[in-house]
Design a protein around this ligand. Structure first.
Ligand code: AMP
Length: 396
């Protein structure tokens, strides 16, 4: 694997694709700096070698032209503060101003380019656009795992212009190493915990995990499609009727493959999708018509915790309930704590996906998890066994 450690950046301009798609509040203040913080070691290594850095990223979903709320200039104060030096800014990612600023960059200096997605060519993977970006730097570094599953101009196509000078930054390298550790070299028992709203989008993930895991724990909204598929009454709970048969096949498949599939036995149910709704604990297979399950119940929790605590490798994606509402957060919180405890006792744990990472941060457990992935969609596609375009572009 080619990483920045295989290069000496002295007097070189490193063109780094980062994932600075961070949330901003109405005052353009960054409300979660994780994605920026993650890239600082990569930037520091290059500056330490005596190189200079050109950062390129997307932010939000602009409609194909500049929009103030999606300008990367809002990140400059934080980035400058973290790097303890002023960061330059090109208000266009290609064009004369970007060229001039890049050309004038001295060793030790950092330049941030304006939002790549102000050009529709970025997401189209346009060759000409990739070439213009490529002309700005000497070595291409991909450190944007969050967009590695997209074959965009700056994440994949651009690598063609650096056949001998392309590599992963530390964020990408760490993601690939840790995901491979779980998917290819897991110590057993290996437990995967899947939750979140829906099964759709996760079928491939489940199928691919089936021949790897010993235990598969299912919670969240998706549990009700499984429960209905095997004859349970789920009331008004979230169900994907078109996936009932697939869910039934998964349950049967688990039996033939010797995978222990753990579905909830009880649930916290509510008479409305609201934190103020009436709630009670109920058998997960016998939910009254007008009620819906919004979290796993206490007996389920006990069982799940026990399985997690016995595991050597743990992979978690998706909350166990509607953890954004206090009355339905217990399942997610306790599962996060059980994973932290297992990790303390020597298990290797990997948590990924926007909501599970948000939960880990909400309960201040990030430093008790072996590895927290920065990419949701990219991580799921990697687990599905797909070769991510951003990874292939460097390895190929
Ligand atoms: P996903 O993006 O598929 O990982 O889903 C995450 C979302 O699933 C979170 O916003 C949770 O509130 C939601 N969720 C979890 N459990 C349930 C449930 N039982 N019913 C409805 N939504 C749920």
């Amino acid at each position: 694997m080619q990483t920045i450690d295989n290069f000496n950046f002295k007097d070189k301009k490193a063109l780094i694709r980062v994932d600075y798609n961070v949330p901003l509040d109405s005052y353009y203040q960054i409300t979660d700096t994780n994605r920026i913080d993650a890239t600082l070691p990569t930037i520091r290594k290059i500056l330490g070698d005596g190189g200079s850095v050109i950062l390129m990223s997307h932010l939000g979903r602009p409609k194909g032209g500049p929009e103030e709320k999606f300008s990367l200039k809002h990140l400059l104060p934080y980035l400058s503060e973290q790097l303890k030096q002023p960061v330059k800014f090109a208000d266009d990612c290609i064009g004369q101003s970007a060229k001039d600023l890049a050309a004038g960059l001295k060793p030790g200096e950092v330049l941030l380019l304006e939002n790549l997605r102000f050009y529709k060519e970025e997401e189209k993977g346009d060759e000409g656009f990739a070439q213009k970006l490529a002309s700005l730097g000497d070595i291409y570094v991909n450190d944007a795992f969050g967009t590695a599953h997209r074959a965009h101009a700056s994440t994949a196509i651009i690598a063609n212009y650096f056949p001998q000078a392309k590599c992963f930054g530390y964020v990408m390298a760490e993601e690939v190493i840790h995901l491979d550790k779980v998917l290819k070299k897991a110590t057993h028992p290996f437990t995967a915990i899947l939750g979140g709203a829906k099964i759709s989008g996760k079928i491939e993930v489940i199928s691919h995990l089936m021949d790897k895991v010993d235990n598969l724990i299912i919670g969240g909204g998706m549990m009700f499609t499984f429960i209905k598929a095997i004859g349970g009454e789920v009331g008004n709970s979230l169900v994907e009727d078109e996936l009932l048969e697939i869910s039934r096949n998964i349950v049967e498949g688990a039996k033939t493959m010797g995978v222990n599939l753990y579905l909830p036995v009880d649930a916290i149910i509510a008479d409305a999708f609201s934190n103020d709704a009436n709630i009670k604990i109920c058998n997960a297979y016998d939910i009254p018509d007008t009620w819906m399950g919004l979290d796993i119940g206490p007996n389920t929790l006990q069982k799940f915790e026990h399985v997690i605590e016995q595991s050597s490798t743990i992979l978690w994606n998706g909350p166990m309930g509607v953890f954004e509402m206090n009355n339905f957060e217990e399942g997610t919180k306790k599962i996060a704590e059980a994973i932290a405890k297992a990790t303390e006792n020597g298990a290797f744990s990997l948590v990924g996906g926007g909501d599970s990472v948000a939960a880990i941060n909400k309960y201040e457990l990030a430093d008790k998890i072996s590895y927290v992935s920065t990419g949701g969609g990219a991580m799921l596609e990697y687990i599905e066994g797909k070769e991510l375009p951003g990874v292939k572009a460097i390895n190929g």
